[in-house]
Design a protein around this ligand. Structure first.
Ligand SMILES: *Cc1c(COP(=O)(O)O)cnc(C)c1O
Length: 220
């Protein structure tokens, strides 16, 4: 058994039924992704649109591709034919473009709203108020080719589990407020290699795990 297969197997024993595992394969070559695929993994996450499109071309077609990174409006067209979930939507302008590109391909594209829960300036995302306003905006009602299925968040990069738990609880609370109002709301995407067990305790339904499956990333 190769290391990737072993890692996947170990992680799966710690993830309850009902929580989806997104294998975050950014920067990793196709042959590594194929090891995960051959071990049964079918959901992959990437943070760069062009890299994801290239991998989509070369990989088996029964994979669900998730865009987990920040999305530039002018690049939506490159993933519109195939992307299955866009995690980090943070504006009505971006939703408008996703809707437009989805329509061209006669598809409905699933999206999550990214909520800023971390204290770090560098992190993207909407405040709870902005997300609530966006969801009730009139403009959104015309977008028939998108489906907003829930929320995504990233905790502060810290060893302080207490702080991470507090941040996850903020997004969980918002999720619970919105869920009864929006029938399609079912996904709470929180948790990465370092904090996914905390995220699951806080009510995560989707974890995005990279380095614990594929090993540390090398950005050179
Ligand atoms: C890279 C990335 C992950 C995975 O990070 P790991 O710590 O390697 O598990 C999860 N979510 C997002 C948004 C990422 O960019």
């Amino acid at each position: 058994m190769n290391a990737i297969e072993k890692n996947l197997q170990n992680i799966k024993t710690t993830i309850p039924e009902g929580v989806t595992l997104v294998a975050v394969s950014k920067t990793k070559p196709i042959d590594e992704l194929l090891k995960a695929y051959n071990a049964g993994q079918r959901v992959f996450g990437e943070n760069k649109i062009q890299e994801m499109a290239e991998k989509w071309e070369h990989m088996p077609k029964d994979i669900e591709w998730h865009m987990i990174g920040h999305v530039q409006t002018n690049k939506v067209k490159y993933m519109a034919p195939f992307v299955s979930l866009i995690h980090a939507v943070d504006s009505i302008k971006l939703l408008k473009e996703i809707n437009k590109q989805a329509k061209k391909h006669d598809r409905v594209i699933n999206c999550l709203l990214q909520i800023k829960i971390a204290k770090e300036e560098s992190k993207f995302g909407l405040s709870a108020t902005d997300a609530t306003n966006l969801l009730s905006s009139e403009e959104l009602k015309d977008f028939s080719n998108i489906n907003i299925q829930g929320l995504m968040g990233m905790a502060t990069f810290t060893d302080n589990q207490e702080q991470i738990r507090n941040e996850f609880n903020i997004i969980k609370k918002l999720f619970d407020q919105l869920k009864p109002k929006y029938a399609e709301f079912k996904i709470l995407s929180i948790g990465m290699s370092g904090d996914y067990e905390t995220a699951i305790h806080s009510g995560s339904t989707m974890v995005r795990i990279g380095s614990s499956i594929f090993g540390a990333r090398n950005y050179n």
